[in-house]
Design a protein around this ligand. Structure first.
Ligand code: AHG
Ligand code: MN
Ligand code: MN
Length: 322
């Protein structure tokens, strides 16, 4: 049995990073426990507050955010954090080497129906010579991430992690309270017959995505000459986990429903960490026009179009965008 051990997942051992990953996995265990209590602990439902993005906060969004924030800021390792549920960055230790971005609870609309949710995190280093803590130090492309991962709170709690040496999957063994390595190297198959998109937005998509999805729906009667199945979990963490496990293409494309908000997913808390994992597992991740991990961020809460998954299928989809 191989317990959670990020040492083995790095080519050179970075004790600070290992300690930070252990700190994050402790927070994920706590969230997993709270979720398992559900209605018994009175943690379901919404608060009366909204986050900076105008979304109503669920009680568990706030509980998870506070848990992760506190444990990271007390670790001594983190200069500052940026969270989907915080208006601005929050400063930690003046000597901390790391910056952590996180989505404390992804798939919030699933909480009250006892369905899949998760936590997504992305770790970068403070750029050389930068003192204090400010938003500017977070504005690094996804290629600067030193680690990324997610915890998935499902029938079992799992933790997927990359430090740039492939993707490793751990499963929480509640009898010993530890994450145990259950898949050493997750690999995304290159071809797929499964796609994930919120079809209710179809009329708002750009023509390229309309045409691509129409051709998938036409199945073996259309140009693709094969049938496709569809899945939508409404939690990116669940959809990406499925893609990492058995392949597929996941997309949340741009749409013209609200001209002030053409994209749904957040670059720093969702798109970058998931892109790092997907690329490390042999898949591709793009906006349709550029590699997500090469985007130079302009602000921490920025949003982006996402197309990720099985290499050949993502390439086919990108062909429609040329
Ligand atoms: P969050 O719960 O952190 O706000 O994120 C939800 C995101 C993402 O996880 C998911 O893929 C998508 O929103 C679901 O969107 P729909 O409501 O359009 O299904
Ligand atoms: Mn999310
Ligand atoms: Mn969230």
């Amino acid at each position: 049995m191989q317990r959670f051990d990020p040492v083995l997942r790095q080519d050179k051992v970075d004790l600070d990073l290992i300690s930070l990953l252990n700190t994050l996995n402790t927070a994920c265990k706590e969230i997993s426990f709270r979720l398992s209590q559900g209605a018994l602990a009175g943690i379901l439902g919404s608060t009366t507050d909204e986050n900076i993005q105008g979304e109503t906060q669920k009680k568990l969004d706030v509980i998870s955010n506070d848990l992760i924030k506190e444990i990271l800021l007390e670790s001594g390792l983190v200069r500052a954090i940026a969270s989907e549920e915080e208006d601005t960055i929050v400063a930690g230790s003046p000597d901390g080497r790391f910056l952590v971005c996180f989505d404390p609870l992804d798939g919030s609309s699933n909480i009250d129906i006892n369905s899949l949710v998760g936590t997504i995190f992305s770790i970068m280093e403070v750029p050389e010579g930068m003192q204090g803590a400010n938003e500017e130090m977070f504005l690094q492309p996804g290629t600067a991430q030193v680690a990324a991962g997610y915890a998935l709170y499902g029938a079992s709690t799992q933790l997927a992690l990359t430090t740039g040496q492939g993707v490793h999957l751990f499963t929480l063994d509640n009898t010993i309270g530890e994450f145990v390595l259950t898949t050493d190297k997750m690999t995304i198959c290159e071809d797929t017959q499964e796609f994930a998109i919120n079809m209710s937005n179809q009329r708002f998509w750009q023509p390229a995505m309309q045409q691509y999805i129409n051709d998938l729906l036409a199945g073996d009667t259309g140009t693709r000459n094969k049938n496709f199945n569809m899945r939508w979990i409404a939690a990116m963490v669940g959809d990406v986990h499925r893609v990492l496990t058995r392949g597929g293409i996941f997309t949340y494309p741009s749409d013209n429903r609200n001209p002030n908000k053409p994209y749904k997913l957040r670059l720093m808390y969702e798109a970058n960490p998931m892109s790092f994992l997907v690329e490390q597992a042999g898949g591709l991740s793009s906006t349709g026009y550029e590699r997500i991990m090469e985007i130079e961020p302009t602000e921490i809460h920025q949003r982006v179009a996402v197309i990720l998954g099985s290499k050949n299928e993502v390439e086919t989809c990108l062909g429609y965008h040329k």
